[in-house]
Design a protein around this ligand. Structure first.
Ligand SMILES: Cc1cc2nc3c(=O)[nH]c(=O)nc-3n(C[C@H](O)[C@H](O)[C@H](O)COP(=O)(O)OP(=O)(O)OC[C@H]3O[C@@H](n4cnc5c(N)ncnc54)[C@H](O)[C@@H]3O)c2cc1C
Length: 204
């Protein structure tokens, strides 16, 4: 008979163990959250699109690149459908985030002098490269080092709410069927975009 497990004292609950979730968990911890718990229906750092990422990042080099030109080229590369203010934020933050990921253990392709190697990418702006599976391995390990609790094989099925406010989530362990109830001060949903499901033939 499935048992129930309750977690009452979570400051930040992160649902999803891909890059977005791991990064959110690390940021929450760095911002002072005491107990950060991350759950994934598979294994944190080992499932989701993040593990399959081919290894291309559009990092902006503030000392070498022209921000306006980069936004223009990326807009063109996205078929003019991109939200430009969000894209500009993303581009501007990409240098610091790349440096932070390197400090957390993510390996990038580098020149003989140790600088990030740049090469031509889509949209004719340069890209840098990382090693797909190593990225998630390094990030998941960095999260553990920072004291984040990672719970694997728990599928979240619903959010808990009180007075219209999210207070946690509920899910079950896909191996033993046990119910898991998470009470949290803040809940971050980082479950990816599931594009493969939306675009699968016969589904809409
Ligand atoms: C083959 C491939 C190559 C790619 N190459 C690149 C590249 O070179 N450069 C680049 O920038 N991007 C690339 N991408 C895109 C990039 O990988 C994704 O945009 C990014 O990894 C998304 O990260 P995420 O954390 O949002 O989602 P994901 O990594 O998908 O993580 C979401 C997680 O949520 C979990 N989850 C979902 N629902 C639940 C639930 N109900 N309960 C518990 N857990 C749940 C999933 O198990 C999963 O682990 C590529 C993608 C693919 C598939």
């Amino acid at each position: 008979m499935p048992a129930e497990k309750r977690y009452e004292d979570i400051d930040v609950l992160v649902i999803g163990g891909g890059l977005a979730g791991v990064y959110a968990a690390i940021r929450a911890k760095e911002a002072g959250a005491n107990r950060v718990v991350q759950v994934d229906k598979g294994k944190v750092g080992k499932t989701g699109a993040s593990c399959f990422a081919a290894g291309v990042m559009h990092t902006y080099f503030p000392d070498e690149d022209d921000l306006g030109d980069r936004v223009k080229r990326m807009t063109r590369a996205q078929g003019f459908l991109a939200q430009q203010d969000l894209m500009q934020d993303h581009i501007e933050q990409s240098w610091d985030i790349t440096q932070e990921m390197a400090s957390l253990g993510v390996e990038f392709v580098r020149t003989a002098e140790g600088k990030l190697e740049r090469r031509a990418g889509r949209g004719s702006y340069p890209i840098i490269s990382f090693y797909g599976p190593q990225l998630m391995d390094a990030m998941a390990r960095a999260a553990i080092r920072k004291g984040i609790t990672q719970l694997h094989r728990i599928t979240i099925t619903d959010l808990l709410t009180r007075d219209g406010r999210v207070t946690g989530a509920i899910g079950f362990n896909t191996r033993d069927g046990n119910l898991h109830v998470f009470k949290a001060g803040a809940t971050v949903i980082a479950t990816g975009n599931s594009w493969y499901r939306h675009f699968a033939p016969g589904r809409n």
